[in-house]
Design a protein around this ligand. Structure first.
Ligand code: ATP
Ligand code: PRP
Length: 224
């Protein structure tokens, strides 16, 4: 192997999104001996250094993490199951559930809307969501006819202003639903975030990646 290749094979790029995933991944990185030396909340930089000159963190939108890893622009990343189901998982190896950013994917409606009756009567429901693939599969499995309305955020607003009858969104404490007079009528699945690895990188950079994957696995088991 040439000197160039062996150097390239020692460099690792990790894709993370700002906020809860970044915060919850820091202790896992620390368990692998990696300390991120810049703070994405105060810096405008999108490529962050770590204490290891061979490891850098790139900051991308949560829903873009699988795309960067799939195409090898990042070697590995952390993404929610919700995001991975929408992406499809192509080109990604998903070795571990990190048990971070835990929440659930649910159907919610405006308080007073009789969801059960609407479903029983075979009404066609308008459903607003960012998670169109998951929502499509869920309602198809139940045999419920839906018109899906793709949104990019603030789903809770849609039933309040008559854009939709229901939403499919992630719920954790339920505070956002309560604050907007919505009620959860169906839980679709539990959600947490997973480590994802580019399939080619796993082969070419196995020596560097494997100890990190193992440290993440041990550390995430401890927090369960
Ligand atoms: P984007 O910036 O691409 O719109 P986002 O705003 O959903 O994405 P985050 O809010 O950082 O990004 O969420 C990242 C992941 O954390 C989600 O994909 C989901 O798996 C999980 N998550 C979302 N909301 C919560 C919550 N309230 N509590 C716990 N985990 C959550
Ligand atoms: C997520 C989600 C819900 C909220 C649910 O929003 O889209 O609105 O969390 O959490 P809760 O049940 O604890 O209220 P987030 O906080 O990520 O805001 P954002 O989508 O605007 O980033």
């Amino acid at each position: 192997m040439s000197a160039f290749n062996s150097q390239a094979n020692s460099q690792l790029i990790l894709a993370l999104s700002k906020g809860r995933i970044f915060e919850d991944t820091l202790p896992l990185l620390e368990a692998a001996g990696i300390i991120v030396t810049e703070n994405p909340e105060t810096s405008r930089k999108l490529i962050l250094a770590t204490n290891d000159p061979d490891v850098r963190v790139i900051i991308v939108r949560a829903s873009d993490v699988p795309t960067y890893v799939q195409h090898g622009a990042a070697d590995f990343g952390v993404a929610g199951k919700d995001v991975l189901l929408e992406h499809g998982g192509e080109g990604l190896y998903q070795p571990i559930d990190l048990n971070i950013a835990a929440c659930r994917m649910s159907v919610a409606v405006k308080a007073g809307f009789d969801y059960e009756t609407a479903v029983r009567q075979g009404a066609r429901l308008r459903v607003a969501t960012k998670f169109v693939n998951t929502a499509r599969e869920h309602f198809a499995a139940k045999g419920v006819h839906v018109d899906l309305i793709k949104l990019y955020g603030s789903m809770e607003l849609a039933p309040l202003v008559g854009l939709s009858d229901a939403i499919v969104d992630v719920v954790s404490t339920g505070n956002t639903l309560r604050a907007n007079h919505l009620v959860e009528v169906e839980e679709i699945m539990d959600i947490s975030s997973r480590l994802i690895v580019n399939q080619a990188a796993l082969k070419l950079k196995r020596e560097r990646l494997q100890p990190i994957i193992e440290a993440f696995e041990r550390a995430s088991r401890k927090t369960q």
